[in-house]
Design a protein around this ligand. Sequence first.
Ligand SMILES: Cc1cc2nc3c(=O)[nH]c(=O)nc-3n(C[C@H](O)[C@H](O)[C@H](O)COP(=O)(O)OP(=O)(O)OC[C@H]3O[C@@H](n4cnc5c(N)ncnc54)[C@H](O)[C@@H]3O)c2cc1C
Length: 431
Amino acid sequence: MTKIVVIGGGFAGVTTAYYLAKEGLFVELHESSKVIGGRTKSFYNESTLDWYDNGQHLIIKGYSNTLKFFRDTGTLNNFHSLKNPYVDFCFNDSSIKRFYLKPTLLNLLNNIKFNNSSYFENINLFKFLFKVKDINEKNFRYKLCSDFLKEFNQSENLINNFWKIFIESTLNTSLEESDASIFITILKKMFFEDKNNSSLIFNNSDFYNDFFFNIEKLLKALNVCIRTNSVINKVEIQNGKIISIKNVNGDHINADIFVFAIPFWSLEKIFSENYQFVKLIKNLETNSILNVHIWFKDYRPIRKFIALWGSEFHWVFFNQRHITVVKSVAKDLVELKNEKLLDLVISELSRYDILLERSNILDYKILRERRATFKSNSGSIFSRPDNKTEIKNLFIAGDFTNTNLPSTIESAVTSGMKCAKLILESLSQLV
Ligand SMILES: Cc1cc2nc3c(=O)[nH]c(=O)nc-3n(C[C@H](O)[C@H](O)[C@H](O)COP(=O)(O)OP(=O)(O)OC[C@H]3O[C@@H](n4cnc5c(N)ncnc54)[C@H](O)[C@@H]3O)c2cc1C
């Protein structure tokens, strides 16, 4: 029987393992941590007795492969969508204005009242959005988003407040570094491919209970052997083919086909830089994301989430039991000590009339993901490798592969699906 080893238990790895095992192949999954989940893992808070996610993850209806994966694995009911999706922007005069994301005439009329400043700015915002659908993104490769937006008459106010939140949250790359062609692709996908694409989808509780607990059970039922605490650190290659791999415990692992579904910075450590795919990934860079989770003695969620207009931080999510304050592209803040960061969050939120009394804080956790995503900058455009490599029985999967999507769950799932399909199509030549 053909044996396939998948290395990495994030979304890309579990997607690949699931679609291969479903076809009756024997799959073994190796994960370096003690749990699967990768960058979407969750933690249990012993003092508040509840779960919280590594990062607050936003999913949209346009994530068609992710939603298919949830449907196929029977987990879709653990996610819910906002019918007429919106973003509530909180201004620092503490007013809240709603921006509707679905491109309908009624929403357009509602959105005219959105911005705190002039109608003129708003009209330029909508003119720009209408033009985007006819723009050829290839003509804007290597142009920075900040310059691109100025070219389309977006005011400094809109660029630094509205577009900054939008771009930094979807691309996790600063305005000054994001490539305009990637941004245009995302805008088109969200607003013009299907008017429902921008609908926001939230998990009901956390990624462990809503997804990874279930997928682990399902993989085991499909006879996938899951080996956690298995850090792969060596490969033995002969005649252009992997003979075996080794983990830090000293185990040799043999298989017919190997799928490395680990981040590119881990891949670089295992394979020689003479391989084409390693040369490509050397050009990729990373950006951080900061999540501050805070629990209170007395707390009731007042709304679902808000975006902070003109703040150091981007979002506040009001979860069932705690709030999560998020900053994308967080390099300036991730090195601050916990106490200092908490102070900063409290004082920043008080500017928006969200008063957090220190004495009401029950617990807090600060999660710094220094390498949360790859940067969607110009350097990334031609640096993303395909799933198939020049090593005959080696495939790679992960958000960084050539999916034409930013560093997201959808990119990881799409990559895993593509990888499984490629393997199934070429199985007879591979073994
Ligand atoms: C804080 C944060 C917020 C985010 N927000 C969003 C969001 O709102 N929306 C969105 O779509 N995306 C978001 N992302 C990005 C998204 O989480 C990732 O793009 C996606 O999870 C990547 O999945 P992956 O399977 O490619 O990689 P990973 O999730 O990194 O999985 C790789 C796995 O490989 C394992 N591994 C690594 N090296 C080895 C080794 N040598 N041996 C064995 N195993 C190994 C790792 O432990 C890990 O489990 C966010 C990311 C972070 C960190």
